[in-house]
Design a protein. Sequence first.
Lengths: 714, 87
Amino acid sequence: MTTFGRALLIIALLTAVWAAVSALRGARLNQREWVVSSRRAIYALAAVLTGAAIVLESAFLRSDFSFGLVVDNSSTTTPTFYKLTAMWSSQGGSLLLWVWVLSLFSAAVLFATRHALREIVPWATAVLGGLATFFCALLVFKVSPFTSVANVPAEGAGLNPLLRHPSMMFHPPLLYSGYVGFAIPFAFAIGALASRRVDAEWIRATRRFSLIAWTFLSVGILLGARWSYSELGWGGYWGWDPVENASLMPWLVGTAFLHSMIVQEKRDMLKVWNITLIVGAFTLALLGTFLVRSGILDSIHAFGASTVGGWFLGLIAVVVVGSAALVVSRLDDLRSERKIDSLLSRESFFLLNNLVLVGLCFVVFWGTFFPLISEAVTGNKASVGPPWFDRYTVPLALVLVLLSGVGPLLAWRRVTLAQVRRLFAVPAAVALATLIALALFTGATGSPASLVLFTFAAFTITSVGSEFWRGIRTRRLVNDEHTGAALASIVRRNRRRYGGYVVHLGVAVVLLGVAASSAFTHQVDVRLKPGETARVGDYLVRYVRPTADVSSEKLNFGAVLDVRKDGKRAALLRPSRSYFPSLDPAMGPIGRFFGGESTSEVGLRAGLKEDVWSAMQPDLRSLKPGIRAGNRQLASVGPRGQAIGIVALAQSYTGNAPAATFRLIVDPMVTWIWLGGVISLGGALLALWPSALASRRRISSLYAARLGRELSRA
Amino acid sequence: MIAVGIALLAPLRDPEGVRDSDARADRLAELELRKETKYGEIRDAEADFHAGKLSREDYRALDRTLRREAVAILAEIDHAGQQGPPV
């Protein structure tokens, strides 16, 4: 089957080359038959790569250890759920995922535009075919996921224990889908430049794909944060790790693009800026993939030093230099005759929002690459930590929250000062009331930045609410509908606008959670023996008893913690540490069970007000004599005898457990981050949901009739 | 491999059949999309006016401009619809 997989990759490579070459020929000579052939090549590419992905996934499901990738990343004891995810825990598998998703997106956009944009589509197809060629070439010549093993082993190494978390099932493919999704508007932007058709049509044709990419990236980032919070055992959800930052940068620029493209659609402005943003977003997506693969920056997520980093750098250079040259050569076509009419207009605030988002991206970029910059300048590899990032990102994030409340209140072109006073009155009053209430009745004054963020978030939430209310009120006045029907009507008539408002609401809620959990967290690291207690925030935590579980897959040493507040039980937490056996026989038949990877299983009680979070590190030094004795005495017995030895060790731990180290955290409003993510996802889906064609036609015909009437009156 | 080859080369073996694919229909579909977008802008402006974000004068000027643009698109649709089959 590995040969079949390799053959599919070679066919995919040839098909991708054909797609790029035939599209270029069709575009340059205006020969339609070559364009149709290139589109079919992209469809075929999607089908062939789907076949390759199925071959690899079925090898994981069948535990076919003739595949090198399966040996290195799976085992017979790996749960089926995680066998399905094992594909993207390796370099070759994740690159296959990348190009497979790219081919699916490319096929979808070429199908959607098969009757549109005749000038742009051939060039866009050439770009998409070129990108697919790059990735297929890497898979064929550099890191094949279909390498075969000469001596097929009976068992594999198993999946990296850190990746055994439900979030990891979805996090990488969502992140990749986000990265890859930006390739679609990028390719059409290049197509628009090449064909000199730089109006807003390329944006309209790919708008949905841009939003899909942004949505995937957003959910992927949040799932990564959730995994970090509940799996890594350090107690946070964001650590400004280079690979985390690598996903944030395209998200920031992609968010800026989603706003500024509306300005081009509505006002035919910001053409150069929009192309710059989408080139930037796609380049940063490639940079993110490069960071994970190159090993140039230390990260818990990286695949380590590899041979494909240089290739990615080459691709990034081609994308940046090629796009810049194309933009410069088309500057005359890109010039817009329209200008911003007033500073008090939606477009001027969109531009401001863009500058803040790009500023945030620059800060994250600088901090992430500072080790390389400092090494190049001083010879020393220095790095910056979370306090550095906080110093610059917090003020910009505050402005961003405020802008996400101001933007929806303003109209396009211009708003008078009197209208500003009327539109801003309620949100500003609510924000002021929030500020006073928080200052008087809570300890929020201890963190001025958080206090400002709460105030701005109150402004934004009220502003979004008032937008819904204004829409409902207008609809009720004009159509005499009740509130529910009016709400449904306004949302149905303009899903994009109201979906966007819901996303703003979700982002405000996320940032509320971030601010509260960052500023008002309580954390202690303590060593406790069974029966001892520790205080964290308002909670008293007692180490009730140790636990130990043995399974064929792992050993698990944990604790039962009784958490009380004001004398009443608030939660019973069960943090633990899991030990996955190593395949190295040199560690001995018993020692190998303790010598492999280990992961933290967090004990968590989540709530809207606050989370109580716990992780533990058992002290296993007392087991060492037993492990040494077991290695000597059980070397010649079979797995059954060794299992009895392991169970005996586990029982000796629970019978006389030494002190364990605990990290205990009371984190306010962390749940709001996940809740805000769900709200944002809902808003994005609302904006993405297609309009019913029938109702659109009906509305169109009504407007056409009205236009006709007015025209005849003129 | 053979199936992929046949699918890719078929348009090259019958270029006339491919060229006959209706360029006019493509143009019409594109104009329809532009028309929908323009109608959306007219609706947005109307909603902004009713919400008190636009003064009556600004709204009238904006509405007039948008309707003029919409009419131009409708005229383009008519023109494209009346043209003969592509050569």
